[in-house]
Design a protein around this ligand. Structure first.
Ligand code: PCA
Length: 322
């Protein structure tokens, strides 16, 4: 009887035309941030290209899952798709952190070359976790936000420093600062309560967190160009009909292209907004840059020592293409 009921249910399910499906998509950053706007465009494209068969509901700013849990939520199929900051995973494998190594890739052409070299390694590592990358988009080059002017690495000593991954934590420590992990939406509160007093991030995040409320100086050291990545659960993707798969891949390719352009446009536009709100935007001194680059060179050596042969080969390929 139970068997009969089950097969009857299956037969009924087959007879009903496929209903529109909605995917919940957790993302870490707030609605105004260009990455989130790009994700929303991607969602619209998927809906359009599937003729409304697949809808994506975006849950921004860590509202569905906190940032540190998004990757595993997709992995365990609690949600089919999600976005996160790729180099958060550098603790799992150094290959994930290549785009956050100080001064390895500091311009968009370099960032593109780095992603071309890094992508196959990242895709293979994610596949082992049942994840498939759909697209990746960089943040603008990372700059230094402080209450006082910074002339050399020595001026960073003792500062409580906001960090967003293990690599930045290491960088801050080597500069003599004290790293504290804080998610982007929590930056204003972390500064206002004195938990942190300096940070390295993009002009985009400086503006979205209204950095002028708590720091006065912005020094564009262009230290690295880290990326967000959007991943889908591989089993969920493989279970879709070919037309839907094609639509998602097409929307993802468009999102990657659009996102890189958005990122490039953000750099100047958001730096201007920092200045318009009273921040002093000052070019870094040669002494500061030399000190920071020395730390970056040491970190690269340590990275190489810990990297897998595949990640090491990706680094070599990037350096050869540069
Ligand atoms: N903004 C994000 C990651 C890098 C960036 O520019 C953040 O600060 O958390």
């Amino acid at each position: 009887m139970i068997r009969f009921a089950t097969s009857l249910a299956a037969a009924v399910a087959l007879a009903v035309p496929a209903l529109a499906e909605t995917w919940d998509m957790p993302t870490p950053y707030s609605d105004k941030v260009f990455h989130t706007r790009n994700v929303m465009e991607f969602a619209k494209d998927v809906e359009r290209l599937t003729g409304g068969k697949l809808k994506i509901k975006v849950h921004s700013a860590g509202s569905l899952y906190p940032h540190p849990e998004i990757k595993n939520a997709v992995r365990s199929r609690q949600v089919p798709i999600g976005e996160f900051f790729l180099s958060r995973l550098s603790n799992e494998d150094p290959a994930f952190g290549m785009d956050s190594l100080p001064f390895l890739a500091t311009s968009y052409p370099e960032a593109e070359k780095l992603w071309a070299a890094q992508k196959p390694v990242v895709a293979e590592l994610l596949e082992k976790q049942g994840l498939m990358p759909l697209y990746a988009v960089p943040w603008p080059p990372q700059g230094l936000y402080t209450k006082k002017p910074i002339h050399s690495v020595a001026d960073l000593a003792g500062l409580r420093f906001r960090a967003y991954n293990a690599i930045l934590e290491d960088f801050a420590k080597r500069a003599g600062a004290q790293p504290v992990q804080v998610e982007a939406p929590d930056i204003p509160q972390a500064f206002s309560t004195g938990q942190v007093e300096a940070m390295i991030t993009s002009p985009s995040t400086g503006v979205s967190s209204k950095a002028w409320d708590f720091v006065e100086y912005y020094t564009p050291i262009n230290a690295w160009i880290p990326k967000n990545i959007v991943v889908v659960n591989k089993r969920v993707f493989d279970g879709l009909d070919p037309a839907t798969q094609k639509a998602i891949l097409e929307a993802a390719a468009a999102a990657e292209k659009r996102g890189w352009e958005m990122s490039k446009a953000e750099t100047a536009a958001k730096t201007k907004i920092l200045a318009e709100n009273g921040m002093k935007v000052t070019e870094p001194s040669a002494e500061l840059m030399a000190g920071l680059k020395k730390i970056g060179a040491d970190m690269l050596e340590d990275w190489k020592a810990n990297a897998s042969p595949e990640a090491g080969a990706a680094l070599e390929a990037y350096l050869a293409s540069k």
